[in-house]
Design a protein around this ligand. Sequence first.
Ligand SMILES: NC(=O)c1ccc[n+]([C@@H]2O[C@H](COP(=O)([O-])OP(=O)(O)OC[C@H]3O[C@@H](n4cnc5c(N)ncnc54)[C@H](OP(=O)(O)O)[C@@H]3O)[C@@H](O)[C@H]2O)c1
Length: 200
Amino acid sequence: MAASLDGFIARKDGRVDWLETSDEFAGGDTLDPEFVEAFLKTIDCYVMGSRTYETALSFEAKGFGWAYGDKPTFVLTSRELPRTRDTVEFYSGDLAQLVNGRLRPSFRSIWFVGGGAVSGDCLRLELADEVRYSILPILIGDGIPFFEKLDRDIALHLAEVKAYKSGTLALCYEVRGHRASHRTPPPNDSLQSMPSSGRG
Ligand SMILES: NC(=O)c1ccc[n+]([C@@H]2O[C@H](COP(=O)([O-])OP(=O)(O)OC[C@H]3O[C@@H](n4cnc5c(N)ncnc54)[C@H](OP(=O)(O)O)[C@@H]3O)[C@@H](O)[C@H]2O)c1
C-alpha cells in the first residue's frame, strides 16, 4: 500500500486525497508505465476488505476506472454489497482458510490490496510473504494505520528500495521466519545470527 511517512493509509474518515503530493526528488527514478503494466501482469488475484472495495467503487463512479483489470478479486465482507463485475467474489469467514485452502492452490501471486484491517489480519495470520510499502512525502497526523491490531513483532528483511522523482520511496520487505519473535533468545543471540531470509 501507499502510506504517509507517519504510517497512515487513509484519513480516519477514509479519504485518500493526500495521495496526490507535489514533491520532486531530482535523483529519483521515473515510474515507467510499461514497468507498472508488466508488474501488474505478475499479480494473479486480489484480496481486499469491504471498505477498500467501497473506495474502489467510489473511484470508479468518479470516472477513475477499476484498478484491478480482469483479475479475480475477492472482497471480504459480511454485508450485501453491489457486485459490479463477474470478476468480483464476496467472502465472509476465516481468512486463512480462504487463502491457504482456496487461493494458494489456484493462484501463484496473491495481492492483498488492503486496507489496514485486512493487512493486519494478513500479518497476524502469517499469510504474507512480502510487504510492499510506498512512503509518500507527506505527514497527515492521524488516520487508518497500515497494519491494524498487530499483537506481536514481525521481523522483516529489506529486499528492495527505490526512490522516485515524485518523492515516493518504494520499499519491499520479505517477512522473516514467522515464529522468530516468539522464542526466548539465548543470552548471546543477536539479529545477525538469525536467518537472512526465510519467506513466510
Ligand atoms: N493508501 C493505500 O494504498 C490504500 C490501499 C487500500 C486501502 N486504502 C484505504 O483504506 C481504507 C479502508 O481500510 P480499513 O482498514 O478501514 O478497512 P478494510 O481492511 O478495507 O475493510 C475491513 C472490513 O472488511 C470486512 N472484512 C474483513 N475481513 C473479513 C472477513 N474475514 N470476513 C468478512 N468480512 C471481513 C469487514 O467489514 P464488513 O463485514 O462490515 O463488510 C471489515 O470491517 C479505505 O479508506 C481505503 O481507501 C488505502
